[in-house]
Ligand binder design. Structure first.
Ligand SMILES: [Zn+2]
Length: 341
């Protein structure tokens, strides 16, 4: 039998990576937010955080949302957005991320006065500054009510951008999932994927609603499913992709420490998990860090990390050609790193 092959940091850095759960507005560093405030001559009080930057822990999910929306509101022009999109693409490239789907709350910016055509162009041009394959998931926000879903769908229908899916985010329990059926209908009609944040801060009932009422193809977070054996069994049986973001859950107070995070149980139960960073600078993390965390917590070896990435490739909302290329890159990495020195 082959001895276990622990995964070194260098091997994780070299891994051609896929990230499926990361928010564009959540990739704005505190320093960048400060720069935007200065550029638009805003008072320091316009910044939703203090001198020290983002807090190490958020007091509540609401506190995080308020900070996130405050930072999003600093984006005033298509140029701001283009710079943020370019910085995101470069940060993904620096981690050797070769394919990524990024969630973008487009309606925020349109409601703040940005012209849709210029908005889509800015994002597209920013992404084009690297060779990373980046596709958009456009999300509606639960706590903004069903109207946010309707307006998001209308915006997507006329968008000139590489959109691969629709998403639903925001405060769980604020609006019932079934009131966002326009998202499922539009996803079907437009040939888009559908991923629903569910079971992040609330329990199994939200995950069930995401599956049953909306036909979610992927679940964002899903950690709240764990107390419900029947639901976990269903997620395993149907091999529903679950986008897990361990550090995010700790910084937002869902679990006290990473050691309390259920990632190891999710993996051992055979859930179709992927690992993601969510809002990297808000949580002082990166995808490489999250893979490192997952590896350490669940004792993953090279073959397991390759399997995690293969699951991400299969869960990606992309063509079979793109998927085959991703799988080939992962396979090459696995082969190279499985050999004994
Ligand atoms: Zn998220």
């Amino acid at each position: 039998m082959m001895p276990p092959m622990p995964v070194s940091r260098a091997a994780l850095e070299a891994l051609p990576k896929i990230e499926l759960h990361v928010h564009l507005e959540g990739t704005i560093a505190a320093e960048t937010a400060r720069g935007l405030a200065t550029a638009h001559s805003l008072e320091p009080s316009a910044l939703p955080f203090g001198e020290a930057g983002y807090p190490v822990r958020f007091d509540s999910f609401q506190h995080f949302i308020d900070t996130y929306l405050g930072v999003s509101a600093l984006i005033r022009t298509p140029d701001d957005l283009g710079a943020i999109a370019a910085a995101f693409a470069k940060a993904q490239e620096a981690q050797n991320i070769i394919y990524t789907e990024v969630t973008f709350t487009a309606l925020t910016h349109v409601r703040n006065g940005m012209e849709p055509k210029a908005m889509w162009q800015a994002v597209t041009d920013g992404f084009a500054e690297t060779d990373v394959h980046i596709r958009l998931i456009v999300d509606a926000v639960r706590d903004m009510g069903p109207g946010h879903g309707t307006d998001t769908v209308a915006l997507v229908e006329t968008a000139d951008a590489d959109i691969c899916a629709l998403g639903l985010t925001g405060i769980e329990g604020s609006t019932p999932e079934r009131e966002f059926r326009m998202l499922s209908d539009a996803a079907q009609e437009l040939g888009l994927g559908l991923t629903i944040h569910a079971g992040e801060t609330k329990g199994p009932e939200i995950v069930r609603a995401a599956l049953d009422d909306l036909g979610a193809e992927r679940i964002g977070h899903g950690v709240g499913s764990m107390p419900d054996d029947e639901l976990v069994g269903r997620l395993v049986r149907d091999f529903v992709p679950v986008e897990v973001c361990p550090t995010s859950n700790v910084v937002l107070g869902v679990f006290p420490t990473l050691e309390d995070h259920p990632f190891p149980q999710m993996w051992e139960r055979g859930m179709n998990v992927t690992v993601n960073s969510d809002d990297p600078p808000f949580f002082s993390t990166t995808l490489t860090d999250e893979l490192d965390n997952a590896s350490r917590l669940a004792g993953l070896e090279v073959a397991d990390i390759a399997e995690l990435q293969r699951r991400a490739a299969h869960a990606a909302f992309c063509s079979q050609d793109v998927r085959n290329n991703l799988l080939a890159a992962i396979g090459a990495w696995e082969q190279e790193h499985s050999e004994l020195p």
